[in-house]
Design a protein around this ligand. Sequence first.
Ligand SMILES: [Fe+2]
Ligand SMILES: [Fe+2]
Length: 172
Amino acid sequence: MTEKRRRGVRRHEALFPLSHHHQNGLATALYLKRAGTEESEFSLDAIKGKLKLYWEEGGQQHFRDEEELLLPAFAKYDALQQPEISEMLIEHVQMRALVNQVLEATENEVDDMHQLGDILEKHIRKEERVIFPMIEKALPEEDLQALYPHFHQIDTPEEGVFFDKDRGTSQA
Ligand SMILES: [Fe+2]
Ligand SMILES: [Fe+2]
């Protein structure tokens, strides 16, 4: 395997906490995308409960980790004025608005759930494939290592997804 390819598939360990958060995000995105379709095994209320759990148990904090820790560290070495970074930040705002909309709605809006699921999934994939590699390339090793203890840790990072469908349903 070439060095380039190895870098392409491996995440720097300092960013592991963020990638673990992403696994919860992808699971939540899938629930949202399937809401109200034959593929979904959960009611709209249960999916709303899963979204609330994801958001309050780390999703919201994950956005802050990226905005308050990751990007300021990147800004020391590279320009923030790049389309990928602008899109990332705009998507954070879009998703915050949609999360509030879905959680506060008195009637479940399937279209909003689908839109949120779609943006969340694409956003995470773009961060893993484009943004994180940019950051790993720009930051010196000691800066990456210095970030690690500041990222919030989820319950069982070794297992990735910290809530299973039972826990998600029971708190819905
Ligand atoms: Fe993000
Ligand atoms: Fe992220």
